[in-house]
Design a protein around this ligand. Structure first.
Ligand code: HAM
Length: 559
């Protein structure tokens, strides 16, 4: 039979009248004696009441009952409080209690893992002398719109007059109430570039910045890829040498070691985009196609090779060049790469040079510069591998020409962390991006960095059985033995907190059995009991929970 709202209201009013007797009811002592003699026995002695308290007769009155808490919440602390008024039916909107697809809640146990991870991110950054920064999660959309046709794009939403601009497909973007186009950041690097430009000459180089921030990408969900993730970034601005990349990889290795991951679990594939640049140059492929080619090649492990070839050809890369590119991408040793680079450089004869310069879409001066930089990639990589030896992480890194990375702005060394079993997506990735600032109208500065997500690493830790046991840990649980002693118990809690001790203060009148269960749940070291006779003597009772040792201590000696 449907409930009659008027009848419910009357019933509710009656219940409230009844519950107004609650203070009297609650003030009945929970213990036969409010002194500490109970400590010898963990048994809770019920007060004598005119009628027996059972979970059933109490719960029929109010959910605040201690007995109900003991019986039904298994000692984990139950929900209690006065009855709430009946809902007004027209306001009831049944909601989906799951978070939006691809996003996560962080209940306490998940939050502990996240905090542990972030703590390690921060500790490693501190060990390397980096300063923490952050940027708004909401940025101007323009910051993320690039012309390269990266993975993060939407070619179906071609909006510019020239129909050339690609909006980032995975971008969460919208118009705000002030008609501004804004976006939830999909990554942190453009914001970093913006801030560096804004700071201008006021900052002293090199900058060593790190950030841990939430990023949003409307991505197809796979293991370790979600629509919202946190990224740890470390970036060095102002160092043109490969020492910066070596330092950054060293910091990631340090992080892996701290959390129990070894070189047999994880490795870094390292390459340089300059390798590709050289191949493209040899085949007279204009510079403006470079970013696009990199992005197509980045998909090499995700889509069939024939698709890659098709995409390259339709981007304007000749058949010969496609074959040469794929050959170079399969090189997995620096020595072989060096041989190939020399061969490529020699193959650029004057005939080709002339043909190249004649091509109006190509900047001849740039081309000449590139010719002079032949072998730069090899030199950078050799230096990096030699530094890796000095840092002591040689066994972690390997050369792999197929790594180009999916973001347009990289210009030199690129690297990716991968699991050696090949079960997961990239764990982290980064590289050099010396020309990003000028794309935003600033003066270029040498820059490199990496992003390290919070999702794949957790999958890897699960695979390896390395998820740490992180339980709630509160040092003390403080409990008044009588409702009248809740004030003194608060004083004890404040005193301990003032001394830097964490305290879970029992806020309601609860039986001792409940208190012990709670102490176990929160992994408390000590139970501090405030009983009336002890309190009158300026003392409290202490029980060390690991050893069951118990004693009384003067309040001012409580440490
Ligand atoms: P990225 O390769 O796009 O690079 O992302 C870096 C890392 O973020 C990935 O390796 C992965 O760990 C994590 N990640 C990315 N997308 C997702 C996702 N949808 N779900 C879960 N995790 C994800 C960048 O973002 C560059 N801005 C990194 C950088 C910083 N380069 C220089 N400085």
């Amino acid at each position: 039979m449907p409930a009659n709202p008027a009848a419910l209201h009357i019933l509710h009013q009656r219940l409230n009248v009844y519950l107004s007797f609650k203070p009297f009811f609650l003030s009945l002592p929970h213990f036969s004696s409010p002194s500490l003699s109970f400590v010898h026995s963990r048994r809770f002695l019920r007060p004598r009441l005119p009628f027996p308290i059972t979970p059933r007769n109490l719960s029929s009155l109010s959910s605040t009952s201690a007995a109900q808490s003991v019986g039904e919440d298994g000692g984990g602390g139950g929900r209690s409080g006065a009855l709430s008024p009946p809902p007004i039916t027209e306001d009831v909107q049944k909601i989906d209690v799951n978070p939006p697809k691809g996003t996560r809640d962080f209940p306490p146990e998940e939050m502990r893992l996240r905090n542990w991870l972030f703590h390690n991110f921060r500790e490693v950054s501190r060990l390397f002398g980096f300063e923490e920064v952050d940027y708004p999660v909401l940025e101007s959309e323009a910051l993320f719109i690039r012309k390269a046709g990266e993975e993060i794009r939407d070619q179906s939403t071609v909006t510019s007059a020239k129909k050339k601009t690609y909006i980032i497909e995975q971008l969460y973007c919208f118009e705000d109430r002030g008609n501004r186009r804004v976006a939830l950041r999909p990554e942190l690097t453009p914001s970093l570039a913006r801030l560096v430009i804004q700071k201008g000459k006021s900052v002293s180089l090199p900058l060593k910045w790190f950030a841990v921030g939430q990023c949003w990408r409307y991505e197809r969900m796979t293991r370790g890829r979600r629509r919202e993730h946190y990224q740890w970034n470390m970036d060095i601005i102002g160092v043109p040498e490969v020492t910066a990349e070596a330092e950054l990889i060293s910091s990631i290795v340090t992080f892996f070691k701290r959390i129990g991951i070894t070189a047999s679990d994880v490795g870094f594939k390292v390459s340089s985009r300059k390798v590709l640049q050289e191949v493209l140059r040899c085949y007279s492929i204009p510079q403006n196609l470079f970013n696009k080619v990199c992005i197509i090649i980045d998909k090499i492990e995700k889509i069939p090779l024939d698709e890659i070839k098709k995409e390259l050809k339709s981007a304007g890369v000749s058949e010969d060049a496609v074959e040469e590119l794929l050959h170079v991408l399969s090189i997995n040793s620096l020595t072989k790469l060096e041989g190939k680079t020399k061969q490529l450089t020699q193959s650029i004869g004057f005939g080709k040079m002339y043909q190249f310069v004649k091509n109006e879409s190509v900047d001849a001066i740039l081309y000449a510069e590139m010719l002079g930089s032949a072998g730069e990639a090899v030199a950078d990589l050799k230096r990096l591998f030699s530094l890796a030896e000095k840092f002591g992480y040689s066994e972690w890194i390997e050369f792999d020409a197929s790594v180009v990375r999916g973001l347009a702005y990289y210009t030199g060394i690129v690297f990716e962390g991968f699991d050696r079993e090949g079960k997961l997506r990239a764990i982290c990735g980064g590289g050099r991006y010396d020309r990003l600032l000028s794309t935003f109208g600033g003066d270029d500065l040498p820059a490199c960095g990496f992003g390290f997500g919070d999702a794949v690493i957790v999958e890897l830790l699960k695979e390896k059985g390395l998820i740490p046991e992180l339980s709630l840990q509160v040092q003390n649980i403080v409990c008044a033995l009588d409702v009248d002693l809740q004030g003194p118990a608060a004083t004890v809690a404040s005193l301990l907190r003032g001394k830097g001790q964490s305290v879970d203060l029992v806020l309601e009148s609860k039986p001792l059995k409940w208190v012990f269960k709670r102490a176990a749940r929160i992994n408390a070291d000590r139970l501090i009991l405030v009983g009336s006779s002890e309190w009158q003597r300026g003392m409290v009772g202490v029980k060390i929970l690991s050893s069951a040792e118990q004693y009384e201590v003067k309040l001012d000696e409580l440490e």
